[in-house]
Write a protein that binds this ligand. Structure first.
Ligand SMILES: Cc1cc2nc3c(=O)[nH]c(=O)nc-3n(C[C@H](O)[C@H](O)[C@H](O)COP(=O)(O)O)c2cc1C
Length: 265
């Protein structure tokens, strides 16, 4: 199933405080796993290390299959959190490099920084898990990530929450995929709401998609059942879209199934 949860967190400062972090992790990861896909857990720049540890503890207790999204903190702080994530038995790590551009991220005594190429290499070397750099929006950034040894990239503009007026991810994805040319795993996010959105991103060359805000809403509306309902809705809609476009398997989805405006190879 080529749609998983995007890392989201901060239930008090981002989501109005209806759920505790533990309830939120149970909803997202429990619901996604129930529907046969991966959950995601955030690092939470607004939270002390203890809260991150609690999220991982919840993952471990229930044996959830999930990815963990780390923030572009100082190198030693990232590596400390990598070790904790590895112990929690997760599948892969992302670091949303674009987060360094959000001034708000540097509040509450915690520090983020834009990463140099050497720092990216150091992080790849330090990670025992596949590491994907998130927030990639241009072919040259993708090239840097590949040269740094990343297992993959996540094409993302953070749902437009980092910098207004950046292009949409669908507008930049085809050229990035062409540049990558199969050399690393390519994920993408950006307002996924329907199974047809998944098919469009996969048709443009993504290996997998992530959904953020719709999973957040589903968790608040119906906990794990709400999340599973949304994931299954995406799955069923994707299956219908595949039938109607002649794809028997996800690997059969290709560019001939979408019109890409103004695209010149
Ligand atoms: C409440 C909230 C918290 C988020 N926290 C994180 C985070 O900790 N790490 C991260 O990589 N992305 C974070 N994101 C960004 C999402 O992973 C995703 O890139 C973005 O929301 C776009 O997907 P969407 O349009 O499906 O929401 C957050 C997004 C939201 C809405």
């Amino acid at each position: 199933m080529p749609v998983i949860a995007a890392p989201t967190g901060g239930t008090t400062y981002n989501m109005g405080g209806k759920l505790t972090e533990e309830e939120f992790v149970n909803a997202i990861c429990g619901g996604c796993n129930k529907a046969g896909t991966l959950g995601a857990v955030a690092d939470g720049i607004g939270d002390p290390l203890l809260v991150y540890e609690k999220r991982l503890q919840t993952l471990k207790e229930h044996g959830y299959k999930a990815i963990v999204g780390l923030k572009p903190r100082l190198q030693k702080d990232i590596i400390e959190r990598m070790r904790l994530a590895e112990e929690a038995g997760i599948i892969a790590l992302t670091i949303d490099l674009d987060s360094a551009g959000r001034a708000a991220r540097a509040t509450k005594g915690q520090t983020v920084e834009p990463k140099t190429f050497e720092q990216l290499k150091e992080l790849v070397k330090a990670s025992k898990l596949p590491l994907l750099f998130k927030g990639i929006m241009t072919p040259d950034e993708a090239e840097l990530c590949i040269n740094a040894g990343a297992a993959g990239i996540v094409v993302s503009n953070h749902g437009g929450r980092t910098l207004a007026d950046t292009p949409g991810t669908a507008a930049v994805l085809p050229r990035i995929v062409d540049k990558v040319n199969g050399r690393c795993f390519v994920m993408v996010d950006g307002t996924l709401a329907r199974g047809t959105d998944v098919e469009k991103y996969v048709a443009m060359g993504a290996n997998c998609t992530l959904a953020g805000r719709h999973f957040v809403r589903a968790a608040h509306g119906g906990l794990a059942d709400g999340v599973a309902l949304f994931a299954n809705k995406m799955k069923n809609e994707l299956a219908v879209a595949m039938v109607l476009t002649g794809a028997q398997a996800v690997k059969d989805i290709n560019r001939s199934m979408v019109v890409i405006p103004d695209y010149k190879a």
